[in-house]
Design a protein around this ligand. Structure first.
Ligand code: SOE
Length: 382
């Protein structure tokens, strides 16, 4: 029996590749690399085939092992090598917050498209500089607010855009984790020089971005920033009462001390015609309430896994649910398509301007906690 030759759906070589340089091999290096590899065969045909050219990290043994594990062609302990490598067309920054600015700006100024994990910078000032310097180069830029790429959250955005909720009156969002209670843990996330802030930039920024993505721009915040653990340099929790430019009001909360809540990014939106609610620990489900007079009315659970649901053309038959890691597949696919087609990352992906605007809201939360007053949100424009 002959041995069949594999014939690709498209002639070999028709799908261009893009060389990837990855800064960071830990949590985000793993999540992003998993996405790069899956895009090549699960989002068929991919907009571009990611080629894992090189990975950079501070610890030589760890980064060499990561290169071998994931299949990067090269590894280095100096991120400058990624910026200088002509084979790299996409620079992916998954490093600590203190290492977001310089490498990302350098990569963009070397003509490479860039993705940078959230928070973009440690402060609004730093985020603004990153946005401005990178935008000036003309490369595509995406800030890693991956929860925009949960199918349920994209479906919610599309329902809101279609007017199915009516006038939006409330947004209440909270990101609850509990690993912050582990005082034996030594992570850059606990050091103010490396992280900038604690739960605020790490978790609160996600809530702020989702609020901007689903409801719109913030108008003002009245907030408290709280550190519980003795000797901790950064905040453990934030609580904010917020108003939106469109008239809605609500709350933003983030904590690393909600014992029992492992990764509970939860939001609820109440409109004049309907309400929606979501919980990351049940990420395939969207809770929907329609005030349409139905006697059996009440929140219903929509399993967001139908063929016509966002990104489900990549996956499985209905009900065969996906996981947290797939949000990065959707996110990076979105960027690769923008690169391949010279399209826009906005409005469904977060650009560096979104990264800056989230930082401006986070800075206002800190200012309000210090002043005890409500702080208005004012964005610096280009
Ligand atoms: C915090 O532990 C963290 O890793 C965040 O930094 C990520 O942004 C979030 O997606 C998961 O939790």
């Amino acid at each position: 029996m002959g041995i069949g030759a594999t014939t690709r759906d498209v002639a070999a070589g028709e799908i261009p590749t893009i060389g990837v340089g990855m800064l960071g091999y830990a949590f985000m290096g793993k999540a992003h690399t998993n996405a790069f590899k899956k895009i090549a065969y699960m989002t068929w045909p991919p907009p571009l085939v990611p080629r894992l050219v090189s990975i950079a990290g501070r610890n030589e043994e760890a980064v060499r092992n990561a290169a071998e594990r994931y299949g990067y062609e090269h590894w280095t302990t100096d991120w400058h090598d990624l910026v200088a490598d002509p084979a790299i067309g996409l620079f992916d920054n998954g490093g600590p917050n203190s290492l977001h600015a310089e490498p990302t700006i350098a990569a963009a100024e070397a003509g490479k498209h860039v993705i940078c994990e959230k928070p973009l910078g440690r402060t609004a000032d730093e985020s603004y500089e990153i946005w401005q310097r990178v935008a000036a180069t003309g490369v595509k830029h995406l800030c890693g607010f991956n929860y925009r790429f949960v199918p349920a959250n994209r479906l919610a955005r599309e329902m809101i855009e279609a007017g199915e909720l009516g006038e939006i009156r409330h947004f209440r969002g909270r990101y609850l984790q509990d690993w912050g209670d582990d005082q034996t843990l030594d992570t850059w996330r606990f050091h103010s020089d490396e992280a900038g802030s604690g739960a605020l930039g790490d978790l609160g920024a996600h809530v702020v971005d989702l609020a901007r993505y689903l409801v719109g721009e913030f108008e003002a915040v009245s907030a408290l920033v709280k550190t519980f653990l003795p000797g901790r340099e950064v905040d453990d929790a934030i609580e904010a009462a917020v108003s939106f430019a469109g008239g809605a009001v609500g709350t933003v909360e983030a904590t690393r001390l909600a014992l029992g809540r492992r990764n509970a990014l939860q939001w609820e939106i109440n409109g004049s015609k309907a309400s929606l609610a979501f919980d990351m620990e049940r990420l395939n489900e969207l809770q929907v309430f329609r005030a349409d007079g139905d006697r059996a009315r009440g929140f219903k659970t929509v399993l967001v896994s139908e063929a016509d649901h966002p990104w489900w053309e990549f996956w499985w038959p209905p009900g065969h649910i996906i996981g947290w890691g797939e949000t990065f597949v959707h996110e990076i696919h979105h960027l690769l398509r923008a690169i391949a087609e010279d399209g826009d990352v906005a409005p469904y992906g977060a650009t560096f301007e979104d990264g800056y605007r989230a930082a401006e809201v986070c800075d206002a939360i800190v200012r309000s906690s210090e002043s005890g007053a409500r702080e208005q949100i004012a964005y610096r424009m280009t």
